[in-house]
Design a protein around this ligand. Sequence first.
Ligand code: NAD
Length: 485
Amino acid sequence: MPHHESAIVDGVTVDLRHWIGGTRISSPTTFPDYSPLDESLLGDVAAGGANEVDEAVSAARAAFPAWAALPVAERSAILRRVADGIDARVEDLSRLETRDNGSLIRSHRRGVMPRVAMNFRAFADFAEQQLGHPDLEVRDHRERITYEPAGVVAIITPWNAPLMLATWRIGPALAAGNTVVLKPPEWAPLTASLLAEISAEAGLPPGVFNVVQGLGAEAGAALTAHPDINRLAFTGSVPTAGTISKAAAENIVPLSYELGGKSPLVVLEDADLDLAVSIAVEQFDNAGQVCLKAARMLVHSSLVQEFTERVVEGAATLRQGDPRDEATDVSALISRRHFEQIDGFVERALADGARALLGGGPNEELGGLYYRPTVLVDAPPGSEVLTEEVFGPVVTIESFETEAQAVQMANDSRFGLAATLVTGDRTRAERVSAQLDAGTVWVNCFFVRDLEAPFGGNGRSGIGREGGIWSFDFYTNIKNSVFSP
Ligand code: NAD
């Protein structure tokens, strides 16, 4: 079958090749990209390997000195034009992402894609404001602290929010003066290709941003093992992170990992129940394929019955269907393999003694990759569904008696990405949030994430923090020059 260089997906033309050194490049082989909506083939995408990665890293290396040498205001001006280009193409990006990974078009139009633009605009601003440090006067010496770009940054991203998670790394990496090689997820590779086009139109010099498409075990593995990368930013699963760590260790490459989660939602007895229920129902967003999802709901025994009834009621009214319809709340899972994994988790949970008060299986009416929002209770302590990340529309509810028990249950996890607490008492909010083991703790709110604040996870949820100055800490070599009097 001839390899088409581009595809038209829901009216948007997208190139299926790599973007290396400012040009489109094919590969001898391709991989199929399917849509989760109907499992149809969207296109055969270039499958990169060691050669393409090598070319991309060389292109990024060659572009690095000139990009790094640009005054920060000039780099930031170009990045703001990239942001403008994204804003101008929100509709195209939204359509592509929705068709490619099944996420809701209404979220893309109103939230995700504008935020993608912000990932460039905000870090362009932060670079101008933050990439400087007042000299230190230490005894009679003057010490000058400078943030120097690290070099070539490799970025590997997952499919659940591909463009958002890629640009959250690309923005600060470029703003700090690095060049980038991105390996998008093979389950949702398309928006990265459009971003390459937008970046070129905005005047980003060739080689500053490169995209190598391909499979994790091929393009991904080649990129992580490449001896000429200076930073490796990875968002994805814990097992992949383990594999990547070994490759990066050979070359002593600093890593930033954003991995999985099993985050708790803790509802204390003085909680506003309406708020707690609405946060709980929000967990079915993106069909539960969200790293930050509060999958384990821990509720005080005095509230648990009413909370459970209302969550089941709320989740039952969510509209499942085609994510291109603005009225849809819950869409399909990303792939057949993932669908079977989610179903396996639920079947084993039921076999372990859990009960499904809602869902508990595929959506038979819709068929395909639609899995019903599922609420499980009575899962035995320590069982798989309470401890492993289930990256789908599945939540569990447990109850506790005391605050100490709530904290103990919340922290009883190898993950530590986020925790959400609902309480009507400010003093308790301070006390309990201080005891929760998580990179982000939300109190009486959920999913608020400022680009200037640190983001990352504890334990198996990751290594390092990014956001604002913490991003620049990672993407730069911080130098101290000591001047004698
Ligand atoms: P994954 O680990 O399977 O894949 C992520 C990326 O790694 C893909 O681009 C893939 O091609 C690549 N990859 C796979 N094998 C590789 C290898 N051997 N070498 C190099 N690269 C390789 O993860 P996924 O299934 O795409 O994503 C879901 C996971 O991501 C979940 O665990 C979720 O919690 C996590 N996630 C975390 C965050 C966060 O910010 N903490 C955000 C979103 C998703």
